[in-house]
Design a protein around this ligand. Structure first.
Ligand code: CDP
Length: 234
């Protein structure tokens, strides 16, 4: 978004610090997280996984037994939440919840929580604050459209449902969850539908996003493609 920040150094002329924002959006299991993290590493930018923030709120609501469909209840819950986003980790009221937010139970409920206006309002503010004044690669569903509409480069990453379910199964196996591809395909399709049809900030490519179908691409190929776009080699 090329935010331009002017700082006045003691006795000197103002220096201009220009920051760069890269938006990576796409549906569940398209490989966004891995790709965005690697791109950020390569460019030396801050990596922000916004899905982890929605997941952390979902985990909190499930633990507290709050009805996850209820905007008022979530709005009250948010008052008791402190999220700290560190590179590759997320803390919920001081507790590192990086691993539990990936559980199948959180995955099944997160899109219901992510529809609620109070939740989106709260996280939008937090996400914009995180991107202020630093170079970022921010990844999610609505980054190029709503959170950072002025991002310098926007990518929309997808893959077939079958491929995404296969990848998700591999991820979950490494975490000790054995879930069939058929079940995952169904869950992913349900989440795609909820995410792309909700009223606020639905999942959709920004009009100026570069679309990448990763079905037949390796992670490294996708990373290289994005980095070369950002560095202006295309
Ligand atoms: O890792 P996975 O692709 O399964 O999803 P995620 O990025 O962790 O996001 C989990 C859920 O959070 C999504 O299915 C959306 O419902 C919600 N989300 C959102 O609404 N907006 C974002 N910017 C990021 C995530």
């Amino acid at each position: 978004m090329s935010k331009v920040e002017t700082t006045h150094q003691k006795g000197g002329r103002p220096t201009i610090n220009k920051t760069t924002a890269i938006a990576v959006d796409g549906p569940a299991g398209a490989g966004k997280s891995t790709v965005a993290r690697k791109v950020a590493e390569k460019l030396g930018f801050l990596y922000v996984d916004t899905g982890a923030m929605y997941r952390a709120l979902t985990l909190f609501a499930l633990r507290r037994g709050v009805p996850i469909n209820n905007d008022e209840a979530l709005s009250e819950l948010i008052k008791q939440v402190r999220l700290d986003v560190k590179p590759g980790r997320i803390l919920l009221n001081g507790e590192d919840v990086t691993v539990p937010i990936r559980s199948p139970e959180v995955s099944r409920h997160v899109s219901l929580v992510a529809r609620l206006p109070s939740v989106r309002r709260y996280l939008l503010k937090l996400q914009r604050e995180l991107a202020a004044n630093v170079n970022v690669v921010m990844e999610g569903r609505d980054i190029g459209t709503v959170v950072l509409p002025e991002a310098d480069k926007k990518f929309f990453i997808t893959a077939s449902v079958a491929e995404r379910a296969k990848r998700r199964r591999q991820d979950l196996l490494t975490q000790g969850h054995d879930i069939s591809v058929e079940k995952l395909e169904k869950e992913i399709a349900e989440r795609d539908l909820l995410d792309s049809t909700r009223d606020i900030a639905p999942l959709k490519p920004a009009s100026d996003a570069i679309f990448i179908d990763t079905t037949r691409m390796t992670i490294q190929e996708v990373v290289d493609r994005i980095v070369s776009e950002v560095q202006g080699n295309r």
